[in-house]
Design a protein around this ligand. Structure first.
Ligand SMILES: NC(=O)c1ccc[n+]([C@@H]2O[C@H](COP(=O)([O-])OP(=O)(O)OC[C@H]3O[C@@H](n4cnc5c(N)ncnc54)[C@H](O)[C@@H]3O)[C@@H](O)[C@H]2O)c1
Length: 184
């Protein structure tokens, strides 16, 4: 695992939902490699496996099994992060799935499950994180090759308030060039 001591996220606490496998596990491992303490969420024992792998690699993680579409469970998950690590700075709402089907062959159950995990399953943890006050505005967290992740509005929106359309277009062109510096 990478920069555990000197990482850009030392002292930060993160929750990653659906981190038992796939992209969520990658997010959790990367955050831990950058020094964050990670709450690894998933429905079942896959959460434990990811947390164990992070700890085995020298990182800090705990598993928290729950269904993120459950309002109370989402609150408990945020509470677990605060109880265990004292704070919460990062929430990655990754849990989700698609039930590939044609519109005419999709069942109501498939439709409802996808909407639940991608809508309520993102809202409930976000709400819990916000309502317990730990996701309050703070200085931005920056990582190499990334823009700051913060509460401030994106530059183009700020410029709408401060200037007219001509200046906005100029700024957008400048930002376009700036973005090109951060290409793949
Ligand atoms: N893989 C892709 O190409 C791709 C593309 C676009 C978007 N996404 C989205 O990215 C996310 C992760 O994709 P992936 O390919 O790694 O998926 P994946 O199926 O490999 O992993 C998703 C994880 O979420 C967990 N999960 C599902 N419902 C949950 C719930 N209610 N509560 C807690 N955990 C739950 C699953 O158990 C699983 O471990 C999903 O939201 C997916 O829709 C993926």
């Amino acid at each position: 695992m990478g920069a555990l001591d000197g990482g850009s996220l030392v002292g930060k606490v993160a929750i990653v939902t659906g981190a038992g496998q796939g992209l969520g596990r990658c997010h959790a491992e990367l955050l831990a490699a950058e020094g964050a303490s990670v709450v690894v969420n998933d429905l079942g024992e896959a959460a434990d496996a990811t947390a164990a792998a992070i700890v085995a690699a020298g990182g800090t993680a705990v598993a928290h099994r729950c269904d993120v579409t459950d309002w109370q469970a989402a609150e408990d998950m945020v509470g677990a992060a605060v109880d265990t690590f004292g704070d919460l700075h990062i929430l990655v709402n990754n849990a989700g799935f698609v039930r590939d089907a044609m519109s005419f062959s999709m069942t109501e159950e498939q439709f409802d499950s996808v909407v639940a995990v991608h809508l309520k399953g993102h809202f409930a943890p976000s709400r819990a994180a916000g309502s317990c006050g730990v996701m309050r505005p703070r200085p931005p967290v920056t990582a190499p090759n990334c823009r700051p992740v913060a509460s401030s509005p994106p530059p183009a929106k700020r410029s709408v308030r401060r200037s007219g359309p001509g200046q906005l277009r100029q700024r957008q062109r400048r930002h376009h060039h700036h973005d090109a510096d951060f290409g793949p």
